[in-house]
Every structure is written in structure tokens, then in C-alpha cells.
Design a protein around this ligand. Sequence first.
Ligand code: ATP
Ligand code: AMO
Length: 463
Amino acid sequence: WTEIGSLDAERAERMVLIRGAAQAIRPVSKKMAFLVVRQYVSTVQCVLVVNKEWVSPQMVKFATGLSKESIVDVEGVVSIPKDPIKGTTQQVEVQVRKLYCINRAMPNLPINIEDAARSEMEFEKAEQTGEQLVRVGQDTRLNYRVLDLRTPANQATFRIQCHVEDIFRRFLLSEGFVGIHTPKLVPGSSEGGAAVFKLDYKGQPACLAQSPQLYKQMAICGGFGCVFEVGSVFRAEDSYTHRHLCEFVGLDVEMEIKEHYFEVCDVVDRLFVAMFDYLNETCKKELDSINRQYPFEPLKYLRNTLRLTFLEGVEMLKEAGTEVDPFGDLNTEAEKTLGRLVREKYDTDFYILHRYPLAVRPFYTMPCYDDPTYSNSFDVFIRGEEIISGAQRVHLPELLTKRAEACGIDVKTISTYIDSFRYGAPPHGGFGVGLERVVMLFCALNNIRKTSLFPRDPQRLVP
Ligand code: ATP
Ligand code: AMO
């Protein structure tokens, strides 16, 4: 068996056996037909020409009668065409000798993969030439996700996502972090607010974990020093936005701090610079596949990630004519504007904003020692949108109790968590990353549903 992606001029004249989906079937005459066969992100043109030895007119008829997306095995000889081939990734052809249909797809599928893989530029061109092309809307894509996932851009997206997760694990393991798994069935909220999915736990009220926050801190109290987790996170988001899901994959880190919360920012810095370097060097083919359908500018990032204080950000916004509350949060628009300003001034799309007002951070966040209206916390942005929240945590049980009460939390519901800090607890901090957001923003995709295999949003529970 040969992978379609490896078919090149070096294999010319050689016999190969490939398996893939019949993406397009183009009859030319009773004696000739083309079959485009796809495997993952690669496509190759297979040529059937009637001859005495191998291809009969019945075989051409059989090929042209195949339904799109049927799974086929093709045996044939690799050849180099006279003219460059349009519309396939491989620049060689396969002269068919044998053709088998392994599994027939139903005719008239709800999504045609070639339509689903078109770029906006192709639609613009078609408008000028009068060609009628079919647009595939997002709901149709998600309703028939199994078909939609077959486009090269989608194949590439989830391969990149797999690399992001893999680099996250490998980097942290190489720095001595321990991988953990915390419970997803939990007694209460960790991030505050009403955004929890409630459920009945054998008669006790419970919910799905909004984050591993309290447990990853308890793992530090358990003596692990530094930990990470890759796991599902559940948020009962009310509103329908381009960057919120009701279930996403959280990449979480928690670690002891010796002196300053910048030690946590240093991990973010090293981890993400290594990740972006790796993606750019190792995933060129995948990035090209995404770029072909959804063109984007490569992410700009610095060797040492830029760190701005929240107040420096507020000042930059003010100078540009956007007034924001220096004790409040940045809204989505202000975050975007700041992203543009940072890019203009510092030539980077990736930066850390730290020392947020305490009032807009969760109860477990450590206030700044020099000014408790601010906090030892940070958010990290790609192209003006948040991918990470992090902070130093309150490890002093009295202060933690006061902070929880001030945030309206019934401390009885988190007593075992607060008690964890009574048995000797080191200063610590950490951060949480949304996997789908990292992939979405690295590739400048416009919607988080594109980076979730089977997205869960306030309106979608199927497929
Ligand atoms: P997280 O919820 O993890 O903090 P986030 O991107 O929602 O991630 P926030 O700090 O909560 O970040 O919110 C930043 C801004 O995004 C808010 O000020 C608000 O304008 C907007 N925002 C947050 N959540 C929603 C939502 N569910 N729907 C619409 N806008 C939201
Ligand atoms: P936060 O609530 O900011 O912080 O979440 C961390 C990161 O998770 C991602 N994220 C989401 N992704 C998709 N859909 C959502 N609804 C959604 N909500 C959040 C974002 C965000 O930056 N416990 C803290 C982290 C910490 O301090 O360690 C927390 O959960 O990328």
C-alpha cells in the first residue's frame, strides 16, 4: 500500500496500490475517465483509458457509475502528465490497471467535499466568471460533520491540534511536571458564576467541572511540586459567540512559585515559543492546507514574549482614543483593539497582559503585595483574543476564606479545598489554556467550532 501523499515523480513507472475516497469522477468518453482519489489531505488523479490489456469499456462504465466518497482501491502505474494537473495535491497521475469499490457511499450526499473545501477567493472569482458554486453553511457542515471533517483544511486542523497537545505534554514532562487527572464530577463551581452544568450525583447535587482549578491546587498541596492536566472542561455558556464552547479541552498547569508570579509567565513563554516554532517547522503541509481554504498571516511572536501591565494596556488604549475602566475588565472590543495596537508598536501577535484589577479575577487569585486593588494575575493573547488565564493563588487559608466570602461564595461548599492550605502549603500559581482557542487563533480561523471535532455550544448537542 502506498500513501497518496507520497506519490511523486520518483515513483514514476512504478506500480502502486492506493486506497481512498472517490472525491470526483469525471467521465470523458466511453473509453476514458478520470477519478480523483483522496486520502487525508492528499488527492491524486487516476486515469482510466481503455486498452487491450487492463482497462475494458465496462471498467470505465463501472468507474463513472461510482458514487462520490465511495471507498476505492486502485492499482496502477505512476506517470508524469504532460501538463501540470489542476485541483489535486499530487503532481503525478496513476494509470489505472485494477479498480475495486470497497464500500459504496449513498448517492447525493448532503455535502460535496469539493464544495466544502473551497476558499472565499474561489467564490469571488466564480462571481466574476458567472460560474455557479455551492456554498456550504456552518450548520450544514456541523450537522454532517463526518463529511465536513474530510476537507483538507479540517484534516490539517485536527492534526495541528494533536501536535499542540503533544507539545504541551512533552514540554512540561521535560521540565519535570507531573501529568494528573482531576475529577470532572464535582460538588460545585470553581470559576464562580452560574455557568455550571448541574446534575444529580446519586441524590447529591453536583455539577460538571468548570476547570480543574481547585484540584490542581490541591495536587500542589499534595506535594507534587508542579503538575499539568489535559482534560475536558464544561461551561454552561449562555451566549452564542465565535469563541465560546460549552465543552472544551483545558490544558492546565499548576506549580510552586519561589519568589514571583513571573516564574509562571516564564513557563508560558518557553512553552509557547517552543510550540509555535515546532508548528511552523513541522506542520508546513497542514498549515498550507488550511491556508489554501482560509488564508492567514503567519503568527508574529518574539523570542521573549512581551509582558505589559494591565495599566500599560489601558494607557495604550487611552492614547488611541478608547477609554476603559482601569479597575474593570477589558471587553472583547477593547481586547481586539489592544491586540492591534500591540502589533503596531511591538510587532507581535502574542503577548502577556498582567497585574489585572483584583475585582475582575476569581476569588483564588493573589492580590498584589504592593497594591491589593490589583492582582498577581495575567491573561495571554493571540491576535487580540484571550487564550490563557493565569495567576498566583492565595495559599493563606484566612485570606482565601475572606476572598471567597467577598466574592459571594459559601465557604462551607469549598471547606476541604480551603483546609488543604492549613496543612502547610507552598506559594504557587498556574494557568489554563483553551486548546481549541490556541488552534483557532494560531491559524486565524474565525470560529472556535472549526477547531472542535464535534462542538458543543448553547444550541448544539448533536452529532
Ligand atoms: P474566560 O471565560 O475563560 O475568562 P473569556 O474569553 O470569556 O474566557 P472573560 O475574561 O470571561 O474571557 O471575558 C472577556 C470579555 O469577553 C468579557 O468582558 C465579555 O465582553 C466577553 N465575554 C465573556 N464571556 C462571554 C460570553 N459568554 N458571551 C459573550 N461575551 C463574552
Ligand atoms: P478561564 O476561565 O479564563 O480560566 O479559562 C482558561 C482558558 O480556557 C479557555 N476558555 C474557553 N474556551 C472555549 N470555550 C469557552 N467557553 C471557554 N472558556 C474559557 C480560554 C481561557 O483563556 N482556572 C482558570 C485558569 C487558571 O487560572 O489556571 C480558568 O479556568 O482559552
